[in-house]
Design a protein around this ligand. Structure first.
Ligand code: TPP
Length: 675
């Protein structure tokens, strides 16, 4: 290993301990913590210790004492299995939250040092990583967020880099294509990706499974690319400096040895994902010239690292000074956006739409209803950043006044994500995590499958991301079964901490948007129709009835025989069935249930009141019935889809699949019949 030309990390007063000692501190902490936990991934932190040392000590602008400083550089460890690299760096640089005890509790219940980095466990963990490719996708969103805020607030307040460490696995994932392609197109020049080019994955040498020329691939995306020896500190420093100087996103392929220093396991998959063992660790200590006991970092080395962590205090203080000098309106606006507080008066947009709808009672697709809501919201909520995966006209996600964002102009608020659903969803997580923007993006509901890994992570991280998912059932008609969602509602409802909304008309759509924007601690999917729907909420109420998840839309005229529960487009079928049943002397209440998650959180007595304790319950939803047992109970029924859809006009499909008021009536009568 080559000592850096200039000693790393010699901020005033700090001992000059040399690059190797600092990098070896990372290596031994990773070995020791994995050994103590008897599980984890030592190889990657040991291989990337040199790169990380150069990045953190010479380039990364962060303040360990103030890890949430808004203009800090972002660091994302996309190869989340190497979590000990990040935990070690946080400890060494002096993060208050990341104590030595936490490192000793690696992978234990309740520790900050989970198996993979988890957002919220400790400041400095900018995103949750582990599912390969996601961190890179998030980083693209963070780098985009930086540019969007920079365009509004200027270089003096917003001007930072996003650095990412990715592995072979990250770059094999399909998501890496979407993310890197988008970043190249948008010219995200402050995004710098350090590729741990160690030629090893779990199965062995990468030659077993991949022959890509990664630098050539990234060059084709329009990136600035370099390939270096990742153990040569000067080469790493020169490459990062060159990457900074480029106005394109940068890939630095850092050729490294996985498990660097381990006598028999270095360079092999054996060091990837298991404790090295006492003998191997002893050998590594000898190879690295490190004769200190486990978890013990000699004072001067720790001091050198602490000095690195302290360097940024001056940077963050200078930012405070610039913020203080900024014009008061900009300052206030930036701080408001960063705090995630919506601007005063935004709710008036919701009320406006609700009021106007009740008066006009239009028949309109809920995707168009959503656009109306956005038309009212967008001028009032400038931090809303919309987009679509090449279905803007179908998703109705773009409204007047929203300009497209381009590499030449980040002043707009609409992202043409292209046909990159997964990349869009991962980038939206990054936008939300960056802060200062509230992302929403659309595609067809069927393609939530293409977004699902990122949606799940948004839920796990508790991020306010809004998915506008249109064409929500067989009601989309002629495009047929490849495009007709069946199991998607159930699959989305199965994700914890995700609100799935299926509004029935414009009023409910407005209420869903209000709740989605209020949901600062979790994502929302707003599921919308292609086809026109009648207005079912005719009476204006300022109260958000959707907030309770379900409510009685049309009460029974006398003691209730049956509760008909509808969502979205099937609510009008339930209402029609109510009339048909009344003609036969059967008393039905109609319940609208736009959001299971919110209804599930209501007290039992409210749920009983709405569902009718003891009443027969029939649900109508043009989707797989999976999960409805929870609401209909053992004697109930679901009028829904039992298989895939078909290609035909919507009306014919509803009749063919027997999702009709008559089918509801038949089911009710069969179940109420004596004997
Ligand atoms: C999406 C996804 N698939 C599979 C895994 C399981 N996994 C963890 S690391 C890894 C590959 C390891 O190779 P590499 O990414 O090159 O990391 P290194 O061995 O260099 O540490 C795999 C398949 C995962 N974390 N995420």
């Amino acid at each position: 290993m080559n000592e850096a030309r200039t000693p790393v990390s010699t901020p005033a007063g700090a001992p000059a301990v040399g690059h190797s000692n600092m990098a070896n501190a990372i290596r031994v902490l990773a070995m020791d913590a994995v050994q103590k936990a008897n599980s984890g991934h030592p190889g990657m932190p040991m291989g990337m210790a040199d790169v990380a040392t150069v990045l953190f000590s010479r380039f990364l602008r962060f303040d360990a004492a103030r890890p949430d400083w808004p203009d800090r550089d972002r660091f994302v460890l996309s190869a989340g299995h190497g979590s000990m690299l990040l935990y070690g760096l946080l400890y060494l640089t002096g993060s208050q939250a990341m104590t030595l005890d936490e490192l000793k509790r690696f992978r234990q219940l309740g520790s900050r040092t989970a198996g993979h980095p988890e957002y919220g466990h400790a400041p400095g963990i900018e995103t949750t990583t582990g599912p390969l490719g996601q961190g890179l996708g998030n980083a693209v969103g963070m780098a985009l967020g930086e540019r969007l805020l920079n365009a509004r607030f200027g270089d003096r307040l917003v001007d930072h880099h996003t650095y990412v460490i990715v592995s072979d696995g990250d770059l094999m994932e399909g998501l890496s294509h979407e993310a890197a392609s988008l970043a190249g197109h948008l010219g995200l020049g402050k995004l710098i990706v350090l590729f741990d080019d160690n030629h090893i994955t779990i199965d062995g040498d990468t030659s077993l499974s991949v022959s890509d020329d990664q630098p050539a691939r990234f060059a084709a995306y329009g990136w600035h690319v370099q390939a270096i020896d990742g153990h040569d500190a000067d080469a790493v420093a020169d490459a990062i400096a060159a990457a900074q100087a480029s106005d394109r996103p940068s890939l630095i392929a850092c050729r490294t040895t996985i498990g660097y220093g381990a006598p028999t396991k270095a360079g092999s998959a054996k060091s990837h994902g298991a404790a090295l063992g006492e003998d191997e660790i002893a050998g590594a200590r000898a190879n690295l010239g490190w004769d200190h006991p486990p978890f013990e970092i000699p004072t001067e080395i720790l001091q050198a690292w602490r000095a690195v962590g302290a360097k940024g205090a001056a940077l963050s203080a200078a930012w405070d000074a610039r913020l203080a000098e900024a014009d008061p309106a900009s300052r206030k606006e930036l701080l408001r956006r960063l705090a995630g507080t919506l601007p005063e008066g935004w709710r008036e947009a919701i009320q406006e739409v609700k009021r106007a709808t009740c008066e006009a009672a239009p028949t309109v697709a809920t995707r168009v209803a959503s656009q109306r809501v956005l038309e009212a919201l967008a001028p009032r909520v400038p931090e809303l950043v919309g987009g679509s995966a090449d279905l803007t006209g179908s998703n109705n996600t773009k409204v007047a006044g929203q300009e497209p964002v381009s590499a030449q102009d980040f002043g707009g608020s609409y992202i043409n994500y292209g046909v990159r659903e997964h990349g869009m969803a991962a980038a939206m997580n990054g936008l939300a995590l960056h802060g200062g923007v509230v992302p929403y993006g659309g595609t067809f509901l069927i393609f939530t499958d293409y977004c699902r890994p990122s949606i799940r992570l948004a839920a796990l991280m508790g991020q306010r991301v809004v998915y506008v998912m249109t064409h929500d059932s067989i009601g989309l008609g002629e495009d047929g079964p490849t495009h007709q969602p069946i199991e998607h509602l159930a699959a989305l409802r199965a994700i914890p901490n995700l609100k799935v909304f299926r509004p029935a008309d414009t009023v409910e759509t407005a209420e869903c948007w209000e709740l989605a924007l209020d949901s600062a601690d979790g994502p929302s999917v707003i599921v919308l129709t292609r086809q026109g729907l009648p207005t079912v909420r005719r009476e204006h109420s300022t109260e958000n009835l959707t907030a309770r998840g379900a409510y009685i839309l049309a009460p029974a005229e006398r003691a209730r025989d049956v509760t008909l529960i509808g969502t979205g487009s099937e609510l009008s079928i339930a209402l029609e069935a109510q009339g048909l049943l009344a003609a036969e002397g059967i008393s039905a209440a109609v319940v609208s249930m736009p959001c299971w998650e919110l209804f599930g959180a209501q007290p039992q007595n409210y749920r009983d009141e709405v569902l009718g304790a003891g009443a027969l319950r029939i649900a109508v939803e043009a989707a797989a019935p999976f999960g409805w047992e929870r609401w209909i109970g053992p004697g109930g029924d679901v009028i829904g889809m039992r298989g895939f859809g078909a290609s035909a006009p919507a009306k014919a499909l509803y009749e063919h699949f027997k999702i009709t008021a008559e089918a509801v009536v038949e089911s009710v009568k069969a179940r109420l019949a004596p004997g």
